[in-house]
Design a protein around this ligand. Structure first.
Ligand SMILES: [Zn+2]
Ligand SMILES: [Zn+2]
Length: 211
């Protein structure tokens, strides 16, 4: 994707403190957001209620973010779905000289979504703390990528479960405990019989010594 789907143009908002506009946005295409075990799929719509307000220093964005993460249970590998409903508020400061903005926003800002996709979420957070302590307008544009990403990823469970008491899988046959009878077991009986068998048919060298 060449274009950052999270860029929002604030040109309809008068640059007068106290002015306010509200929008309902849906972002249909974006990179997958989350972890291997639980993520917002790239084609999963992200619904955003966005309010932007003119304040003295810039534009204050307040938003609620709703979408659905999908993944698999960490114990039984069943599919799991997780409703995301988060909010954020972010101030984007005006930049008088756009060239100044370019210097202060570290290079690679526009390619950020691509870059961070390859890293773990934790690394993203560190990057964002570094880079975005103060977010800045890019002309009329505000980049919602960072705050949306944080609102979603920081609130996803790292170890998703289909239910809190999911018993998981039998380690020997990989079948769900839920589908197995209560007395289900493998190893102990098998090993005991295998041992006896060897002992009975054992050659003299294999038999017990010192008796
Ligand atoms: Zn499970
Ligand atoms: Zn089993």
């Amino acid at each position: 994707m060449s274009k950052n789907p999270f860029l929002f143009n604030t040109h309809d908002l008068p640059r007068r403190a106290g002015e306010m506009r509200e929008y309902e946005l849906t972002i249909d295409e974006h990179e997958a957001l989350g972890f291997e075990v639980l993520a917002i799929a790239a084609d999963e719509p992200i619904d955003i209620d966005l309010r932007i307000e003119s304040v003295a220093e810039g534009v204050l964005a307040t938003a609620s973010v709703r979408t659905e993460a999908s993944g698999e249970c960490g114990r039984c590998l069943d599919p799991v779905f997780y409703d995301v409903d988060e909010t954020f508020q972010e101030l984007y400061e005006y930049v008088e000289d756009p060239r100044q903005a370019r210097k202060r926003n570290k290079p690679g800002k526009s390619g950020k979504s691509g870059k961070s996709g390859d890293k773990r979420a934790q690394k993203n957070d560190e990057d964002d703390l570094d880079e975005d302590l103060v977010r800045q307008m890019e002309g009329d544009l505000i980049d919602l990528d960072g705050p949306i990403r944080d609102a979603i990823i920081l609130n996803l469970p790292i170890n998703p479960l289909c239910s809190a008491d999911c018993p998981g899988l039998c380690p020997d046959c990989g079948v769900k405990w839920i589908e197995l009878p209560e007395e289900h077991e493998h190893a102990p009986a098998d090993i005991r019989w295998a041992g006896l068998e060897n002992w009975n048919t054992g050659t003299p060298e294999g038999g017990p010594t010192g008796v």
